[in-house]
Design a protein around this ligand. Sequence first.
Ligand SMILES: Nc1ncnc2c1ncn2[C@@H]1O[C@H](COP(=O)(O)OP(=O)(O)OP(=O)(O)O)[C@@H](O)[C@H]1O
Length: 421
Amino acid sequence: MAGIVQFDKVDILFPGIDDRAARGRVEAALKGLDAGKSRNDLIASNGVVVGAADVNLEIEQGEIFVLMGLSGSGKTTVLRAVNGLNKISRGRILIRQGDRVVDMSRPEAGVLKRLRNEAVSMVFQQFALLPWRTVRRNVELGLELRRMPAAEMRKIVDEWLDVVGLLPWAEKYAEELSGGMQQRVGLARALVTNPDILLMDEPFSALDPLIRNKLQDELLSLQRTVRKTIIFVTHDLDEALKIGNRIAIMKDGRVIQVGKPEDIVLRPATDYVAEFVKHMNPLTALRAASLMKPVGEVVGADGAHRFIDRDLYEIELDADGRLAGLHCRGESVGWCDADSEFVRTAGNVVLVEAGCLLKDVVEIRQMTGRPIFVCDGGRIIGFCGSNEILDALTHAGRSAYGDGARSGSDMSKPMLANSTL
Ligand SMILES: Nc1ncnc2c1ncn2[C@@H]1O[C@H](COP(=O)(O)OP(=O)(O)OP(=O)(O)O)[C@@H](O)[C@H]1O
C-alpha cells in the first residue's frame, strides 16, 4: 500500500433497517449493483440506499484530498467510513498507522478506539462545540480521553489556541464567538491530539464567503507547517480547486474523476465534470505552467537561442536551460523575480514559478505591465503575455467537453494542451 488511506472497491449500502434481515437486504442489493441496477432501482426494489459504490482511492500521506460533488453524491458516506462511523458493506478501507495497517472492513477489538483517539480526527460543518465548556476546555477534550496530566494538557492546548489565534478567547464560551472563531476552535480541537489524518466535513460551508475564504487561506498556511493528511469534503468546486492537492469528483455514490485541480479543469473526464468546471473561477485553479506558451513550442533554428512571442523576445538559455541573456527587438533587457524590488524597472521581464496561481500572474502583469516568463527549478519553460492570460480566463474548462467555446484553431494552441502541471 503506497498511500496512507486506501479504498479498495468499497460499497457502502444503507439497508434502512437494523435487524437480522438487514444483511440479506444488503446482499441482494449488492447483487443488483453488480447487475447494473441504478440507485433508484435499488431503493424501489428493496429499500436499500447506495451511499457509495465501487470506490477506489489511494490517498497520499501529507496531501489535502478533496471529495467533491453535489448533495447526496456520497462524499460524507465515504469520509465517515474512514473512521468507522459508516459500515463498509463490501470491499476494504486500509489505513496505515505507523508500521501497522488497519483494515476498516473488520477492525479488531480496541483498534477502532485507538484509531479514533490517536490517528484520525474530525472537524464538522456545525462546529459541534460543547456549549457548557469554555474554548480551552473544548480543545482539551481529546487529551482528557488520554488522561493527560493537567499541566501538560494546558501547555499543548494553549499552543494550539495560539496557532489558531484564539488564546485570548480561551475562557469564553462558544456562544460568545463568531462562526469563524468557533470553527477555529473545532480545528484546534481536532489537531490537539496530533492525528495523522484529519477528516473535514464541509467545515467552512456554514460561514459567510469572506470568512470562508480567510479560513481556507489559514488552513493552507497551517498545512504548510503541520503536513497532515487531510480528507476534505465540499460541494463547492472553487473551494475544492483552491485547497485540494487532488480532487475526487463524486456522483450517485461513485467516483467519476480523480486528479489534480488542473487535471479536472483542463481535462474533465465527462460532460458532468465539464459542466461543473464551466462555472468555476480559473483565477485560483490554474497555474502559470498551464496557461503559458511553452518555449519549446516555438524554438528557433539554433539550439541555444530560442525565439518566442512572434520573434519579439529573444531568449538566450545556457546549457541547463537557465536564462543567460534576453533581448527585445535587438535591445538587451533585464529580468527579475516577481517579488524583487527591481520589478518596476523599465525593460525588466518578470520571472514567476511554474506553480504561480493565475490570480498572482494577473496581479503581477497588472502591477508591472511587464512580460512574464515561467521558470521551473531555475529553467525557463514558457511565456505568459496578455493573450495567454486572457485565453486562460475565458476558455478554462471548455477544452474537451463543455460548450465548445474554443474553436478548432483555438484548440490547437499549445497553451492548454501542453500543460505540465
Ligand atoms: N445513515 C444513513 N442512512 C441511510 N441513508 C443514508 C445515510 N447516510 C447517507 N445516506 C444516503 O446516502 C446517500 C449519500 O449521502 P451523503 O450524505 O454521503 O451525500 P453527500 O454527498 O455528503 O451529501 P451532502 O452534501 O448533502 O451532505 C444519500 O442518498 C443519503 O440519503
